[in-house]
Design a protein around this ligand. Structure first.
Ligand SMILES: Nc1ncnc2c1ncn2[C@@H]1O[C@H](COP(=O)(O)OP(=O)(O)OP(=O)(O)O)[C@@H](O)[C@H]1O
Length: 291
């Protein structure tokens, strides 16, 4: 079952009579339990998408359904419930994720307390379980300022999944970290996804993230354009090999975006010639045949 389903999602911002189409008919499907990275350059619409999926913003058109909640029609009370129980967030700025005057354990315990989950003992057991899962038991009694950036983000992931949301949204969770620490945080997201089955969407400008996740969706000009799927193959000698394949995204009505380097290489513009071959479609420049 699809846990995140966006169809022809449009978000138009109008400022001083000027319209900006931040999302221009975006299509995205994430299955239950999947971990997907959405990668795009600055201005491609990543934050707009994440703000919509987290219930902070409402799309102008199209449809967006997350864990069975229709984000276009949900009312005020549904929105609060959605943000508290259905989705969890990890933001780029660690200061937005953790309260500076609470220890790691207190930060993780806070959402449980606010939700009135279980008895005090049950909550303590859940905090211990989460700190263990994120491998931050050793910093349980430290405040954020006494932890490394990677530890802060791992505690932030524990906070985000404390109330067992169905979907975990992470906005540039590695944006403020060096490469080695970024890998550590991605690994942490992967183990939480694996251990709890929480559907996870990571949004980032960093194309290197695709090396660490099974599926990466590229977003360009407010639309999903290509996908990279990675899998591990075992050869006849038992050696593991990572294979990455890139696909273009085809929407429901058959539209696709050609990669810019293809367009440039053949100087494609305005219109192209299409031909259906037995097992592929040919795209050629619209040049007059010289006789
Ligand atoms: N509140 C707003 N009002 C007007 N335009 C906006 C608003 N928010 C975003 N935009 C525009 O929409 C487009 C997409 O912006 P968005 O912030 O979603 O991109 P992004 O991929 O997250 O970029 P970055 O990585 O720089 O944050 C941009 O052209 C941006 O200027």
């Amino acid at each position: 079952m699809s846990e995140i389903l966006c169809r022809d999602l449009v978000r138009i911002f109008a400022t001083d009579g000027v319209e900006v189409q931040a999302l221009q008919g975006l299509n995205l499907t994430v299955e239950q339990g999947e971990l997907v990275a959405v990668v795009g350059a600055s201005g491609s619409g990543k934050s707009t998408l994440l703000n919509i999926l987290s219930g902070l913003d409402t799309p102008t058109g199209g449809s967006a359904v997350v864990a069975g909640t229709d984000l276009l029609t949900m009312g005020g009370r549904d929105r609060v419930r959605y943000q508290r129980h259905t989705v969890g967030f990890v933001w780029q700025q660690t200061s937005r994720n953790l309260l500076p005057y609470l220890t790691a354990a207190e930060n993780v315990g806070l959402p449980l307390e606010l939700a009135g989950a279980g008895t005090r003992g049950e909550r303590a057991a859940r905090v211990a379980e989460l700190l263990e899962l994120l491998d931050v038991v050793d910093v349980a009694e430290r405040r954020p300022a006494q932890m490394s950036g990677g530890q802060q983000q791992r505690v932030a992931i524990a906070v985000a999944v404390a109330n067992a949301p169905r979907v975990l949204l992470a906005d540039e969770p590695t944006g403020e970290l060096d490469e080695a620490t970024s890998v550590e945080v991605l690994d942490a997201l992967r183990s939480v996804n694996h251990a709890t089955g929480v559907t996870t969407l990571v949004v980032t400008h960093d194309p290197a993230v695709s090396e660490h996740v099974a599926r990466t969706v590229q977003i360009r000009d407010g639309r999903t354009s290509t996908e990279v799927l990675r899998r591990t193959e075992v050869d006849e000698h038992g050696a593991e090999r990572h294979v990455a394949e890139e696909f273009a995204v085809l929407d429901r009505v058959g539209r696709l975006q050609l990669p810019p380097d293809f367009v440039e290489a053949l100087d494609l513009r305005d219109r192209v010639r299409l031909a259906l071959e037995p097992d592929h479609v040919q795209v050629r420049p619209d040049r007059k045949e010289s006789s």
